[in-house]
Design a protein around this ligand. Structure first.
Ligand SMILES: *Cc1c(COP(=O)(O)O)cnc(C)c1O
Length: 392
């Protein structure tokens, strides 16, 4: 590589350099086939092997039990804002779903779900500018202790159907509860998840998948767009408990149906072969680094360095409250709009890229996903300290 610069943009994000080097090396001639993976039939053994291995890697890295399926879908994280209600709202007679509103992407998910059914926002941190994760007591969903126990115990086999029915006191339950586990734009993260629940929990993991250990069995569905920790944009992975495959709304588009994706091996049409191939290489790289545990340790080390600067300073104001902080996205303000403009300009001039996004420029948002080495955190933290010395 001629020169490496750090990209702190929210996404598309940096990918591991060894992965891109391997893609470059194998692009024209995939394993001696004389063809590129993007020009051969996806049902040939070459690609069938890639997709099978990719699914197995998800299983291994996330310790997914047998009763969960790994599905790939066209469209990024935001496509799932439509897919989730279309696939799951059929689990409740009134198409009711519960949502937690924790910021930008939650709001998008809520607005989209409202097109298809009844959405109840049960907690929100909007009043304080989404600076924290609001407390969500499982009793708010379960309508008392009974709901909770039923939900937890039945979760494995028939949580979906029972979830809707058992919801109990709380007006007949709901088809699911949706949370955004890591809030990219706000820099907040659920430290633990509401559990046990009488309805299936659905998590948007787009900006944090593979960055910390998660008990997948607390969720009915985990989904993530590729462009942050998984690969190139425009694709998503859905990890779903078997019993939830059959509660789609009748008007769902066939291409979006989780049931159809499961039946067709995620190939109701030609899959994004390039994207899935790169995803496989990213997952192999993740495994070779030491898996999720190693990624979590690295994320915490990077986060400690950056929050260390924020906490030691009267110049920078951290947006996320300490108990709700993300280890992937960092949000902080500066004293005044002029300094903010100067921060972005000086950062770009020193090749710290991506912190001045076209949207939402009120404060700094820096994203450091799995492929960002510790050196990237050190570079950013040192730049922040230096900037404060010059302007503080
Ligand atoms: C980036 C992001 C999305 C949107 O992903 P696209 O691939 O742009 O559709 C959705 N949810 C979260 C939490 C994200 O960070």
């Amino acid at each position: 590589m001629s020169k490496q610069v750090f990209n702190y943009g929210a996404g598309p994000a940096m990918l591991p350099v060894p992965v891109m080097e391997q893609v470059r090396a194998e692009f024209l001639d995939y394993q001696g086939s004389g063809m590129s993976i993007i020009e051969m039939n996806h049902r040939k053994p070459y690609f069938m092997e890639i997709i099978a291995e990719t699914k197995a890697l998800f299983r291994e890295l996330l310790e997914l039990p047998e009763n969960y399926q790994v599905l790939f879908s066209h469209g990024g994280g935001a496509m799932q804002f439509s897919s989730v209600p279309l696939n799951l709202m059929g689990g409740h007679p009134e198409r009711k779903a519960l949502y937690a509103n924790t910021g930008f992407f939650s709001q998008m998910a809520i607005e989209e779900a409202r097109r298809f059914g009844k959405v109840e926002v049960i907690v929100s941190s909007e009043e304080t500018g989404f600076d924290h994760i609001p407390h969500l007591d499982p009793a708010m969903v379960n309508g008392g202790a009974n709901g909770g126990e039923n939900g937890g115990e039945n979760g494995g086999e028939n949580g979906g159907e029972n979830g809707g029915a058992n919801g109990g006191a709380n007006g007949g339950g709901a088809a699911y509860l949706h949370i955004t586990t890591n809030n990219t734009m706000m820099g907040t993260r659920w430290q633990e998840f509401p559990h046990p629940l009488s309805v299936p929990l659905v998590g948007d993991f787009t900006s944090e998948i593979l960055s910390r250990k998660v008990d997948a069995t607390q969720f009915g569905v985990l989904y993530a767009g590729f462009q942050k920790n998984l690969g190139p944009p425009g694709q998503s992975v859905i990890l779903i408990r078997d019993d939830l495959l059959e509660q789609a709304l009748p008007e769902i588009a066939r291409q979006l149906s989780y049931g159809v994706l499961a039946e067709t091996g995620s190939m109701p049409s030609t899959p994004n072969v390039f994207n899935i191939w790169m995803n496989k290489l990213v997952l192999e790289w993740t495994r070779d680094q030491g898996g999720v545990e190693a990624m979590e340790a690295l994320s915490e080390k990077k986060a400690a360095r950056i929050y260390g600067v924020i906490d030691a300073s009267d110049f920078y104001t951290g947006h996320a409250r300490p108990g709700s902080r993300s280890t992937q996205n960092f949000t902080f303000g500066l004293p005044g709009a002029d300094l903010l403009t100067a921060f972005f300009a000086e950062a770009e001039a020193e090749e710290l890229h991506g912190m001045a996004p076209p949207l939402m420029r009120q404060d700094v948002r820096a994203s450091l996903y799995n492929a960002m080495p510790y050196e990237g955190a050190e570079t950013l933290a040192s730049f922040m300290e230096e900037f404060e010395r010059r302007h503080g």
